[in-house]
Design a protein around this ligand. Structure first.
Ligand code: FE2
Length: 313
């Protein structure tokens, strides 16, 4: 039988005040590029996920272990995540359900990812982001239907960053069309990022942001008999790999301002999943900080490029 993981909901405001008072300043204290391949969760065998594996993709998972250590040191009140597979064709939606619960299933890999989730939303901050986004001229909406199943990109990034689920969450949708092969929606992500930052300031939260995006995004259409067979895991081709390395070189050198030009170029070269806007949202919310990013790991998953990166201004 499936085991359901339970996190206590409802006291996020009290928790927020206590942590901010004891740890330090409010505001955005760090941002992470936190990709969500379901394979990474499958490989870890957490109790929340039904399928069992023998491991795999260890280097990326070691990067996430380092992210978890750093996240604990940042001691945020809230994790704010933008993910590409909660697709809303009209407007930017924010999950305002106080206690989302259910099973998140990856539609292409249901044999790898059937994850039982149960977490607390920071509803005050979620509503503040909706209000700030609307004030900035964006079409924005508070999603209040508890029956909406949380997508695997949101759950995947949140699990990989914080498998204990002991930090309240705000989850934002991706307002775009998955069939775009361009950076058409990135301008709006600048506005959404700034609105997110204002809402965090206004509510006095100490926040960590997660951008749930892979990098290069061409992938295999055949799976080995053993999904975690690392003997067949490699980049799609040299062009895809080189595109990722060119972007990560800019990330590692900094400052983030250079990524304003590098991200669209990388999308055009590699069909990168950052076209959904999560990474641009994150860096805009942080005000395009004049720092280098810290690449904690890079690896491929069914040939797609994935990097775990920290920006801590
Ligand atoms: Fe994805």
């Amino acid at each position: 039988m499936a085991r359901v993981f339970h996190a206590t909901a409802g006291s996020s405001r009290t928790t927020a005040r206590r942590r901010s008072a004891s740890v330090g300043r409010a505001g955005i204290v760090a941002g992470y590029l936190a990709p969500h391949p379901p394979h990474l969760v499958y490989a870890e065998n957490p109790p929340q996920n039904e399928p069992r594996s023998t491991g795999g993709w260890e280097v990326l998972r070691w990067g996430y272990e380092e992210l978890r250590r750093r996240l604990a040191a940042h001691a945020p009140d809230v994790l704010v995540v933008h993910a590409p597979h909660w697709i809303t064709m009209v407007g930017h939606h924010v999950n305002c359900v106080p206690n989302p619960r259910g099973i998140s299933v990856e539609p292409i890999f249901p044999h790898l990812f059937r994850y039982h989730y149960d977490f607390a939303t920071d509803v005050d901050l979620a509503e503040a982001i909706v209000a700030e986004a609307a004030d900035a001229g964006l079409v924005a909406s508070a999603m209040r239907d508890p029956g909406v199943r949380v997508d695997y990109a949101t759950i995947g990034a949140l699990h990989l960053a914080n498998p204990a689920w002991d930090i309240p969450v705000v989850s934002l949708s991706a307002n775009n069309n998955p069939y775009f092969y361009s950076d058409a929606a990135l301008d709006e992500m600048e506005t959404l990022g700034a609105a997110t930052a204002r809402a965090i300031e206004r509510t006095g939260r100490r926040a960590v942001l997660l951008a749930s995006n892979s990098l290069s995004h061409l992938h295999w259409d055949r799976e080995p008999d053993l999904p975690e067979d690392m003997g067949v895991e490699r980049p799609f081709d040299h062009h895809q790999y080189a595109g990722d390395m060119e972007l990560l070189q800019v990330v590692r050198e900094g400052p983030t301002e250079r990524l304003r030009a590098a991200i669209p170029k990388h999308i055009a070269a590699t069909q990168a999943e950052t076209k959904a806007g999560s990474l641009t949202w994150l860096l805009a919310a942080m005000g395009w900080p004049a720092v280098a990013g810290d690449v904690l790991a890079y690896g491929t998953v069914i040939a797609t490029g994935n990097a775990v990166v920290e920006w801590a201004p």
